[in-house]
Design a protein around this ligand. Structure first.
Ligand SMILES: [Zn+2]
Ligand SMILES: [Zn+2]
Length: 389
């Protein structure tokens, strides 16, 4: 099955970092990942970023409140259908963002060879089905075991393993894997699997519709995605990005990115009293209903609001009358991470997008169980590459 003899001999145990419960991550020995198809590749992650979604279940045990919320109909009825009966409940292999090095390739793999540094998109996609051919790689219909198909959330999203592992299997590798561009620090791209392209997509299509337009970003629960959105908007030529948040750390990162930081005061999601600024493009990264309504009311006629934050509650309200009169568009949904990656990497390679400015902590791999709990906006853990060229 493999096109070459194994070049890899592990003298250590193959381990994965396992999410057990809130604030508890443990290294555990796991079965060796193996090539299951000629189109598979095995990779060894060496720079892993914490996704904004990870923060929620690292801080809180979400399974029980979500089941109670489902029973009380506070939670959208589809959440447990889409994420399983016990969502975010350990143990499961942690992590779904990474840059990795190729270890072994299946016999039909042509695009990468052992030792290559690659970005592993967090969603499983084939590159050939109808959804993939439309750029909807989040909705790939091939190998779909669960409604959401991704690394890092256990069997609820297909049991594909976690990126905090010594070995990870990547299916459809010629399509999935994207090489780290020459001259770019791989650690800067640790979040290119998910959060960076998520921020990018929230402004790229709207700025194609309104070139150079000013952008408003409402920061919050999608803590790094909002900042990547601000950075992406500036990289794509927005004349100005106003970044509204209550986190001092994120406001200072936004300023370092070149955005105008606006401190959120008073009622959650609402800006300074008297602010009447309007924007053709607004990004909701807050995850708060009040802020979402503010985002939609901040649009100029015909404007586009993209929400990158999931709303799990049942019946989240939108100001539809205001939107109707204002001809507003509302966009939400999972990012199509793989489809967005080429444009993101072009901007990074050209120096227009600097995702490393969002990273607050770069920790050693062995410190991951503690470092991944750090309160900063974005944590990356890294280790030396095993295969040097
Ligand atoms: Zn994620
Ligand atoms: Zn597909």
């Amino acid at each position: 099955m493999s096109s070459q003899a194994p070049i890899w001999v592990f003298t250590e145990l193959v381990r994965s970092l396992i999410y057990v419960r809130k604030r508890t991550l443990e290294w555990r020995e796991v079965p060796d990942a193996v090539l299951e198809a000629d189109t598979d590749v095995l990779v060894r992650p060496f720079a892993v970023a914490r996704c904004d979604l990870d923060v929620a279940f690292l801080r809180h045990d979400l399974g029980r409140p979500m089941r109670l919320g489902h029973a009380a109909r506070v939670l959208d009825r589809r959440v447990l259908t889409d994420l399983g009966r016990r969502p975010f409940t350990g143990p499961f292999p942690f992590g779904h963002e990474c840059v990795a090095e190729v270890v072994r390739t299946g016999g039909e793999v042509r695009s990468v060879t052992p030792g290559d540094a690659v970005i592993v998109p967090f969603q499983i996609s084939c590159g050939r089905c109808t959804a993939c051919s439309q750029g909807l790689t989040a909705a790939c219909g091939t190998d779909r075991r669960t409604p959401i198909s991704m690394y890092g959330l256990g069997t609820a999203t297909g049991g594909w393993g976690g990126t905090m592992s010594d070995l990870l299997r990547v299916p459809h590798a010629d399509h999935m894997l994207v090489r780290v561009p020459e001259g770019v620090d791989p650690v800067a791209l640790a979040s290119a699997s998910d959060n960076i392209p998520d921020g990018w997509r929230s402004v790229a299509a709207p700025l194609a519709r309104f070139p150079g337009a000013p952008v408003l970003v409402l920061g919050g629960r999608a803590r790094s995605v909002g900042l990547y959105a601000a950075a992406s908007a500036l990289a794509l030529g927005a004349e100005r990005v106003d970044y509204l948040d209550s986190s001092r750390e994120r406001l200072s990162i936004a300023a370092a990115l070149g955005a105008t930081p606006l401190t959120r005061i008073g009622r959650p999601g609402w800006p300074r009293p008297g602010s009447t600024a309007r924007y053709p493009i607004v990004v909701d990264a807050s995850g708060e209903r009040g802020a979402l309504r503010h985002a939609l009311r901040s649009l100029t006629p015909g404007g586009v609001c993209t929400s990158v934050a999931p709303y799990f509650e049942s019946g989240t309200r939108l100001p539809l009358w205001t939107m109707y009169v204002n001809q507003a568009s509302f966009v939400t949904g999972l990012a199509n991470a793989r489809a967005e990656l080429p444009a993101v990497l072009d901007a990074v390679t050209a120096g227009r997008l600097r995702p490393e400015l969002v990273t607050g902590v770069v920790a050693d791999w062995s410190d991951a169980p503690r470092a991944l709990l750090d309160p900063t906006t974005k944590v990356v853990v890294r280790r030396a590459r095993a295969h040097t060229r």
